[in-house]
Design a protein around this ligand. Structure first.
Ligand SMILES: Cc1cc2nc3c(=O)[nH]c(=O)nc-3n(C[C@H](O)[C@H](O)[C@H](O)COP(=O)(O)OP(=O)(O)OC[C@H]3O[C@@H](n4cnc5c(N)ncnc54)[C@H](O)[C@@H]3O)c2cc1C
Ligand code: FES
Length: 563
């Protein structure tokens, strides 16, 4: 990413890419976490985690016998600003030369394993080529999301013009480093009806908030709660890999939560929040007091409101169970997807290899038209048609017909009747904030929670992050926007945690979204709310292109391939 955009008129906005393959005051919580923790059992289930145990964090330079050291190149082999993947012992490292200095780091992105050598080195950071995570080359630390872990940083020395790297074998094998975290030292964690930090929502924003608190040294009680029956998992994979089992999707193993004393209450729905008494009430009547609250409830999918909406085998995709059931029902049968947005199109692409037929129903003329424009939408539509997907455009569902209670046909407003054994509805989502309506936490007219740059709501001590918020976007003149992306939820969760600790952090990340269909990935950076023009470079037919979406405004912006 970088450079200047040469179009004469000022442009605001940004762009995208398809590539093959792939205030609060100082009375905030202190890092040591002073509070008055009391006991809690969620759902009647005791959740007391012993926190003495910690996951083994491999030291980068343990005993000599555990290390490997070798000369890997001559100092002149790399130019400044160059990166190279080099073999070291049984593994590989990413060697970086920047400002005359060499750095050796883990070579794979801890998010999904992208080869970082194909990424971009800029301003002391390497940016992952797949989904844009950023790592500091001086420390290996993750500085921008997505993902949770950092890179190992290995020792480098120069002797007689040769570059030597020394690394622990374990670190070379693991290729990821979990930052050092505090333990929970609260004596009554898991037993009382109050917690220092309560996080409503164990998705991306909630988990990153909890981890950041521990990384920053916070050692008091943290409780995360979720509607799900699972520990936090990789939600974006649900629509790209519908067969994946919950354990394959887990973002952290259960030992992790034990080791760091992060309590997760599963199937625990918060129904009311009483900000005066700093207390939430769960559906089963349980009450939990908090000192600081993060609201990260995400969104709820919209459902069809047509005749027959209650028939069996009609799904939205929110959980691994939804996704698994859709694939089971679609195998060798007829699948209909309603909505040609990212979720719907990902599901349609995945099902083409499993189902007898896949049909997509959409109100617009082309998929993604409003988001990516007519030309890009058409090119993507062609790719789907080449893969046997049948489109029913500019129409909508008028009825779902069943036989013995189970879906059999989808009737369209155009009078067309489409055979269907399973239907996936991907027509958008609304913020899951209904439980806040009676609280004095502000909601806007669409139900979003407005926050400031520090992720603070209107109520002191109550923060919010993720899909459920609108926040001021700096390069949009601080206009409040909602950006429901995985990466953004991570970044906001982190800022919320920092501000619970009075670190006065502000949200400043560039929004980033990716999708994957038929082995190709599409990556979108920035925030586009409409555009005046789309400039396409590369070969749209071949789906190897970069598209720039421009709009008259007060800012110039550019992204390029691999950024
Ligand atoms: C199928 C699918 C695919 C996606 N793919 C992509 C993608 O490829 N790239 C991308 O950038 N984004 C993608 N997204 C969007 C991305 O997943 C979200 O932006 C992100 O998950 C938002 O994080 P969050 O923490 O705000 O909410 P979520 O991750 O949705 O988590 C919300 C949490 O709140 C809990 N909760 C809600 N209400 C309550 C309550 N009353 N009491 C207790 N707990 C509650 C939920 O159970 C859940 O644990 C996808 C979303 C879906 C559904
Ligand atoms: S693989 Fe690097 S950010 Fe996803």
């Amino acid at each position: 990413m970088g450079g200047c955009f040469s179009k004469p008129k000022p442009v605001e906005l940004k762009i995208e890419v398809v590539l093959p393959e792939k205030e609060r005051g100082k009375e905030e919580l202190s890092a040591s976490g002073k509070g008055s923790p009391r006991a809690y059992q969620g759902n009647g289930t005791a959740r007391h985690f012993h926190t003495e145990e910690r996951l083994p964090a491999p030291h980068p330079y343990p005993g000599a016998q555990d290390c490997v050291e070798a000369a890997i190149c001559h100092v002149k082999d790399l130019e400044n600003g160059q990166m190279r993947e080099v073999e070291l012992g049984w593994g590989k490292v990413l060697l970086v030369k920047d400002n005359g200095e060499f750095h050796a780091l883990g070579h794979k992105c801890p998010h999904y394993g992208a080869p970082l050598v194909k990424g971009v080195l800029s301003r002391g950071r390497v940016r992952c080529p797949w989904h844009g995570a950023c790592f500091n080359i001086g420390t290996g630390d993750l500085e921008d999301f997505p993902g949770l872990d950092s890179l190992h940083k290995f020792q480098v020395k120069i002797e007689k013009e040769k570059v030597y790297v020394r690394a622990s074998k374990q670190a070379l094998q693991l290729q990821r480093r979990t930052k050092v975290m505090a333990k929970c030292i609260s004596p009554s964690a898991g037993h009382s009806s109050s917690t220092n930090v309560l996080i409503v929502g164990a998705g991306a924003a909630g988990l990153v908030c909890a981890e950041t608190l521990r990384q920053e040294g916070f050692s008091d009680r943290i409780v995360l709660c979720t509607l799900d029956r699972h520990l936090p998992y990789d939600r974006p994979k649900l629509s790209k890999s519908l067969d994946a089992q919950p354990e394959q999707l887990a973002l952290r193993p259960k030992e992790f939560f034990r080791a760091y004393g992060i309590e997760v209450l599963t199937e625990a729905q918060v129904v009311t929040v009483d900000v005066r008494n700093k207390k939430v009430v769960f559906k089963d009547g349980f009450k939990l007091e908090y000192s600081k609250l993060l609201l990260a409830p995400g969104s709820s999918p919209k459902m069809l409101s047509c005749k027959g909406k209650e028939v069996e085998n009609v799904f939205t995709i929110r959980t691994p169970e939804d996704a698994n059931r859709v694939v089971r029902l679609a195998r060798g049968r007829n699948a209909v997807v309603v909505g040609a947005g990212f979720l719907g199109m990902e599901v349609a692409a995945y099902l083409t290899e499993k189902a007898h037929s896949v049909s997509v129903v959409e109100l617009e003329e082309t998929p993604f038209r409003r988001f990516l424009g007519e030309r890009v939408g058409r090119a993507l539509m062609k790719m789907f048609e080449n893969n046997r997907v049948k489109f029913y455009m500019q129409t909508e569902v008028s009825e779902l017909r069943a036989q013995e209670g189970k879906l059999k046909e989808v009737v369209l407003k155009s009078s067309k009747v489409v055979r269907a054994d399973v239907c996936v509805v991907g027509i958008g989502a609304v913020p899951a904030t209904g439980f806040l309506r009676q609280s004095s936490i502000n909601l806007d007219s669409r139900g979003f929670i407005p926050v400031n740059k520090m992720m603070q709501t209107n109520v002191p001590g109550v923060f919010a992050a993720g899909d459920a918020v609108t926040f001021p976007l700096a390069w949009r003149n601080n206009r409040k926007v909602n950006i429901p992306h995985w990466q953004m939820a991570h970044a906001q969760g982190r800022v919320a945690a920092q501000n619970m600790l009075a670190q006065e952090a502000e949200i400043s990340t560039v929004p980033y979204l990716w999708t994957a269909m038929f082995g190709r990935s599409l990556r979108y950076a920035g925030y586009g709310e409409g555009f005046d023009d789309v400039i396409i470079q590369g070969d749209l037919e071949e789906l190897k292109f970069v598209a720039f979406y421009t709009k008259t405004g007060d800012m110039s912006w550019l992204t390029g391939k691999g950024s």
